[in-house]
Design a protein around this ligand. Structure first.
Ligand SMILES: Cc1ncc(COP(=O)(O)O)c(C=O)c1O
Length: 372
């Protein structure tokens, strides 16, 4: 009998991806210029509902580009959640600014607005809320805190394609927002990212910086020191095909999460609370396990793996990592607790009902028997 392997999150490339890629190869437009870049940007902008969507090579450089475009640099502080993917903090370091880590809200697991308010100093230039695992951060509160102090809000919406706050898509509530299209994301381009903004001047600045600082009118005249953060026509071709099915992907993720939630109703697990008036795109179905410490959670992950089920731990709080650890910094107990007890289960758009059942049965049985 073959052993099952149920991956965490793999893409569905069965639409027009191959046809559009073949088109790129046939036309020899494989680098950054080519018709799919514009098509992808337009499809994305139309879907999320924004004027300016700028495709870049990945979600990390999307954040870097926004910080550069806003002129954040040495001497500035940028408030970030500690419970996030490392790129959120690294982008702040890339511009020479200082990331200031704050704690998470214990109910929603997202950055705690009150902790943001407490962390603001006269050096604070920006806040980067992250919509963790697809759950919306409290943008109303965060904007209220930042607006009156003139602090930029950069939404890291890498995991939040399909998340809405009111009827406005995540990533569109602050000064600028970023998305990621890594292969495990809801929409993928292999590697890829998007920067969005409502502000024409900022959009022009981002386009200048991402294209080697090259003058938009005079070729090979460079106005500033820029970067090569362009997406390729090949990546954008995949993205264009993916955007044709984005609604289906999001609905599938939400359906998978719904099954997990109903199957685990009587299990010792807790899902994130969803802020009023927001939707959860369920990029990953993530939960906290009661009475669990880091060592047993990690053993559970290994045991699931041996039974053919890939799962992943929550992010490791960044303020505890060697390059960011500051002995004098505050302890952040909520995110430390979440980071040690959280687990995400397989959430691929290709997951079939039989595999979801297998994951639910196996997970439930392990939790009951504590056989790990
Ligand atoms: C919250 C968050 N921010 C930023 C990124 C960086 O995106 P990329 O991997 O495309 O560079 C990711 C990707 O996993 C992410 O989850």
């Amino acid at each position: 009998m073959s052993i099952k392997h149920i991956p965490m999150a793999v893409p569905d490339l069965s639409g027009n991806e191959l046809e559009y890629l073949t088109d790129c190869v046939d036309s020899t437009w494989i680098s950054a210029r080519g018709p799919y870049v514009e098509k992808f940007e337009k499809a994305f902008a139309d879907f999320v509902g924004i004027e300016h969507a700028i495709a870049v090579s990945n979600g990390t450089v999307a954040l870097h580009l926004i910080l550069l475009g806003l002129g954040v640099g040495p001497g500035d502080e940028v408030i970030v959640p500690s419970l996030t993917y490392i790129a959120t903090a690294n982008a702040v370091k890339y511009v020479g600014a200082t990331p200031v880590f704050v704690d998470s809200d214990p109910a929603t697991w997202n950055i705690d607005p009150e902790a943001i308010a407490r962390a603001i100093t006269d050096k604070t230039r920006a806040v980067i809320p992250v919509h963790l695992y697809g759950a919306a951060a409290d943008m109303k509160e965060i904007n209220a805190i930042c607006e009156k102090r003139g602090i930029a809000v950069i939404e890291d919406a890498a995991e939040a394609l399909g998340t809405y706050i009111g009827d406005v898509h995540a990533g569109l509530h602050g000064t600028s927002g970023s998305f990621s299209f890594f292969a495990n994301k809801t929409v993928t381009t292999g590697e890829g990212g998007m920067v969005v903004t409502h502000d024409q001047r900022l959009a022009d600045r981002f386009r200048l910086l991402m294209d080697q600082g090259q003058s938009p009118v005079n070729k090979y005249q460079h106005d500033v020191i820029g970067y090569n953060y362009r997406i390729t026509n090949l990546q954008a071709a995949v993205g264009t095909a993916q955007m044709e099915r984005v609604e289906k992907f999001i609905a599938t993720k939400q359906r998978i999460a719904g099954i997990y939630k109903s199957r685990f109703g009587d299990q010792p697990v807790r899902f994130a609370e969803i802020n009023d008036g927001t939707t959860h795109a369920q990029w990953m179905t993530s939960m906290l396990i009661d009475d669990m410490d880091r060592a047993s959670r990690d053993r559970l992950i290994s045991r699931l793996n041996s039974l053919g089920i890939e799962s992943r731990p929550f992010f490791f709080p960044i303020h505890k990592m060697a390059m960011y650890e500051d002995a004098s910094g505050p302890s952040l107990p909520v995110c430390e607790d979440l980071g040690s007890r959280g687990i995400s289960l397989p959430s691929s758009v290709t997951l079939c009902d039989e595999d979801i059942s297998y994951v639910c049965d196996t997970f439930t049985s392990l939790l009951q028997t504590r056989d790990f």
